[in-house]
Design a protein around this ligand. Structure first.
Ligand code: NDP
Length: 266
C-alpha cells in the first residue's frame, strides 16, 4: 500500500519511490520503532521522478523527519540536498535523508557489502553488475572499495560507459556469465516481472546470482538462475542491512536487526 505524495498522511518517516507499493520498508521500520519504543509512523509514498522537488518540499513542510529513497529517485535526490557525506558525493546517489537538515547518506553500499560477506567469494572474484542506475552505482562503489574486479553492463550503453569511466570498472557490451563469480541484478526489471533473458547455462557452476529486488515469490532472475542450479540471493537481506544502517544514522542507536528481519520474513 502506498500514498500519493499530495495526500501524505501524518507521519515522521517514509520511503519514497515509483513504484513503491510493494515495499516492505514500512513494515520493517515500524517493527524497529516498536522494538525501540519510538512513537513514530513510517509509510510508503509514491513520488514520480518529475515531481520529486515538489514532493520532498511538501513532505518536509508536513513535518516528515526522515526518508528512504528508492527507485528511480536515488540519483535525482542529490540535486535537492544541502549536505551529504563523501560516499554520496563519490557514488552520486543517496538512499537515506534527514529532512530536517536536507542531509543524506548512502546505506546501500555498506549494506550490500554486509550481504555478500557470508558468500565467501574469493577476494579477486570477478563480479558482473547489471544496471547503471542509483543502486548499481552504490554496488559498484562498494565492490571496488573491496578491490573486486567489476564488469558493468546496462541496457542503455552510455550509462554503463559513464559509470565505468567514473569508477575504473570495465564496461562490457555483451554479457558473458561465465566470466563472473557473482552476478548482481541491479536493474529494476524484476519489479515489473521482466526476465533479462540471460544464458544461465554459461554461468560458472560456483557463481552466485544476486537480485537486489525482492518479491513475494522468486523474481524471474532468481527463478532462472535456480533452474540452472546456481546459488541465489534476493534483496530481502539488503533491505534489512540498508534499513538498519538508515535507522542507526537517524537515531544514533543500534537498530533492532532481529525484529527487522522477522518483520520481513527472514
Ligand atoms: P534506477 O531507476 O536508478 O535504475 C534502474 C536500472 O534498471 C537502469 O540501469 C535501467 O536501465 C535498468 N532497467 C530497468 N528496466 C530494465 C529492463 N526491463 N531491462 C533491462 N534493464 C532495465 O533504479 P535503482 O538503481 O534505484 O534500483 C534498481 C533495483 O534495485 C530496483 O528494483 C530496487 O528495488 C532494487 N534495490 C533494492 C534494494 C533493497 O533494499 N533490496 C536496495 C537498492 C535497490 P536503463 O539505464 O537502460 O534505463
Amino acid at each position: 500500500m502506498s500514498f500519493d505524495w499530495r495526500e501524505a498522511p501524518e507521519a515522521e518517516y517514509a520511503v519514497i519511490g515509483d513504484p513503491v507499493g510493494h515495499s516492505l520498508s514500512p513494515r520493517m521500520h515500524m517493527a524497529a520503532f516498536k522494538e525501540r519504543g519510538l512513537a513514530h509512523r513510517y509509510v510508503a509514498i509514491k513520488v514520480p521522478k518529475l515531481e520529486l522537488p515538489e514532493a520532498v518540499a511538501r513532505l518536509a513542510m508536513r513535518g516528515y523527519q526522515g526518508l528512504n529513497v528508492t527507485v528511480p529517485l536515488k540519483e535525482g535526490i542529490i540535486g535537492l540536498l544541502e549536505a551529504f557525506d563523501e560516499p554520496v558525493r563519490r557514488i552520486g546517489a543517496a538512499n537515506t535523508l534527514d529532512l530536517t537538515r536536507m542531509a543524506a547518506t548512502n546505506t546501500d553500499a555498506p549494506g550490500f557489502l554486509e550481504t555478500i560477506e557470508p558468500l565467501g567469494l574469493p577476494s579477486d572474484a570477478p563480479v558482473l553488475v547489471l544496471g547503471a542506475g542509483g543502486s548499481a552505482k552504490a554496488v559498484v562503489y562498494a565492490l571496488l572499495q573491496k578491490e573486486y574486479s567489476v564488469l558493468i553492463h546496462n541496457r542503455t550503453r552510455e550509462k554503463a560507459l559513464a559509470l565505468a569511466e567514473e569508477t575504473g570498472a570495465e564496461m562490457v557490451d555483451a554479457i558473458d556469465l561465465g566470466q563472473a563469480r557473482l552476478i548482481v541484478n541491479a536493474t529494476s526489471a524484476s519489479l515489473s516481472g521482466h526476465d533479462l533473458g540471460l544464458d544461465w547455462q554459461y554461468a560458472h557452476p560456483d557463481a552466485v546470482a544476486y537480485d537486489l529486488s525482492y518479491a513475494s515469490g522468486p523474481t524471474p532472475f532468481i527463478r532462472e538462475a535456480r533452474r540452472a542450479g546456481l546459488r541465489t540471493l534476493d534483496g530481502l537481506r539488503l533491505l534489512v542491512a540498508q534499513g538498519a544502517l538508515s535507522f542507526e544514522w537517524w537515531f544514533g542507536v543500534p537498530a533492532p536487526r532481529c525484529a527487522m528481519m522477522s518483520a520481513v520474513g527472514l
